[in-house]
Design a protein around this ligand. Structure first.
Ligand code: EPU
Length: 354
């Protein structure tokens, strides 16, 4: 266990904001977490993962906690499903890499998403047609309010788009995820219906209504049975081409959520229907915020050292390496105002503002 006062958080947030916290605690086991003297720690408490979805807007007056609980335990009962218990502090992509190596399906489309397992379960990370909730069987937490262990089934997690019970205002800071039970599978189950994935694998398909590629029913997987590793590699190629390399340039991934609008609003946004969009089962329409930002001419826009990433305008980056929270916030506001003025849609940040 490590406890430090007046700790510099530059290395604890992928946006690389130069901020500090009054106290920083890093623990290795659930026992260490339970044994902490919470009453004596500066408040408020903030539990972070890899800090890949956070924007610190100023120095943090309380205690930042971080888990180093790292284990991956396979419960192989010889069936198709392979339950895996994973410590909250495991780097998500290390887990994906390992399960793909073992030929297990489930996580491959979520390759290269930054962050750790605990935060992935809180945030319900998603990409290329798959969400974390599709894998979660249960989440084990330490309840800071009651100071005891609690378990949540997948249903109890109340997952939604980048949302869960753990993100509800009344639960903010209450539950610390310590491990997650995931259901991986031996059953051949590639998910290739998202735009670009089949192309990246060299599998022909047909264009969907929204311009995406849908599986060609006649030529299902003509390049032969795929492995999770092959799909992982394709996803990595797609992400590397579009998203900034966290080693080189600071960012927190997608900065905004994709807005969901009514069919009438979509007709107003795109009278000829040519804008990219996804029809949702409830009759509403999801419109990529990246497209809206692009249409507003804000690709590459800057505020001081902060910039709209030119290959994927949903991502704001610390282009200079020395951008301040104020510059990022100014850029965020400019985008919200621009999209509001042009489309009458309010963008909401996906990144947590602290
Ligand atoms: N687009 C443009 N101009 C651009 C780039 C994109 O108009 O310069 C439009 C295109 O029409 C494109 C559409 O935006 O089809 C969507 O872009 P993309 O497929 O890259 O996905 P996204 O909706 O912008 C979401 C997630 C990403 C995830 C990808 C892939 C959110 C907030 N973001 O982005 O997640 O990787 O889909 O599934 O849902 C993250 O959450 O941090 C994240 C990176």
């Amino acid at each position: 266990m490590r406890i430090q006062l007046n700790y510099d958080l530059s290395a604890q947030n992928t946006f690389r904001m130069k901020v500090s916290c009054a106290c920083y605690v890093e623990y290795e086991t659930v026992k260490e977490l339970e044994g902490l003297n919470f009453d004596r720690l500066p408040k408020p408490l903030l539990h972070i993962g890899e800090g890949s979805n956070l924007l610190f807007t100023q120095d943090f007056p309380g205690t930042v906690l971080h888990s180093n609980i790292e284990f991956i335990k396979y419960v192989d009962m010889g069936f198709e499903d392979v339950p895996v218990m994973v410590g909250a502090g495991v780097v998500w992509d290390h887990f994906v890499a390992e399960t793909c190596r073992h030929g297990l399906w489930g996580a491959e489309n979520l390759s290269l998403i930054p962050g750790e397992v605990g935060a992935a379960a809180v945030q319900n990370i998603g990409a290329y047609g798959v969400e974390m909730k599709d894998l979660v069987s249960g989440v084990v937490c330490f309840d800071l309010q009651e100071r005891r262990k609690v378990k949540f089934s997948r249903e109890e997690c109340r997952y939604g788009y980048r949302d869960s019970i753990f993100k509800q205002p009344e639960n903010k800071g209450r539950y610390v995820v310590t491990s997650v039970l995931l259901r991986m599978s031996r059953k051949y189950s590639p998910r290739l219906d998202y735009k670009g994935v089949r192309e990246a694998l060299g599998i022909p398909g047909q264009a969907g209504k929204d311009g995406s590629t849908v599986p060609n029913p006649v030529m299902a997987d003509p390049i032969g049975p795929l492995t999770p590793q092959q799909v992982r590699e394709a996803i990595i190629r797609i992400r590397r081409a579009k998203l900034p390399d966290p080693e080189e340039i600071g960012s927190a991934g997608s900065f905004f959520k994709n807005p969901v609008v009514s069919r009438e609003d979509f007709a107003r946004i795109s009278p000829d229907g040519s804008a990219p969009h996804y029809d949702l089962p409830d009759g509403t329409v999801k419109v990529p915020a990246a497209w809206m930002i692009d249409q507003c001419g804000l690709k590459g826009a800057t505020e001081g050292g902060a910039a709209v990433y030119d290959k994927q305008p949903l991502v704001l980056v610390n282009a200079s390496g020395t951008a301040t929270p104020q510059e990022v916030l100014a850029l965020e506001q400019r985008i919200i105002n621009g999209v509001q003025a042009r489309f009458g849609v309010t963008l909401h940040p996906e990144v947590d503002h602290i």
